[in-house]
Design a protein around this ligand. Structure first.
Ligand code: 9UX
Length: 71
């Protein structure tokens, strides 16, 4: 199990953060996801043997938001 925190760009309302959360939570291999609108971050727990982080990020960019590494 892998835990990662990344920055999500382009979220302007609670509906945005909810759709990111919903999209990521539906991916196979993702066990926990929490999107924080105020800090523009997402914490995600996933099985790296089932889904690579790149695919998680891709699901986010596909619905129109950006992803950046958290420093
Ligand atoms: Mo509404 Mo949130 O169009 O960005 S879903 S602002």
């Amino acid at each position: 199990m892998q835990k990662e925190k990344i920055r999500i760009t382009g979220m302007h309302c609670a509906s945005c953060s909810a759709s990111v959360e919903k999209t990521v939570s539906r991916l196979e291999g993702v066990s926990q996801v929490s999107v924080n609108l105020a800090t523009e971050t997402m914490s995600v727990e996933y099985d790296e043997n089932v889904i690579p982080m790149e695919a998680i990020k891709e699901s986010i960019t596909k619905i129109g938001f950006g992803t950046e590494e958290e420093g």
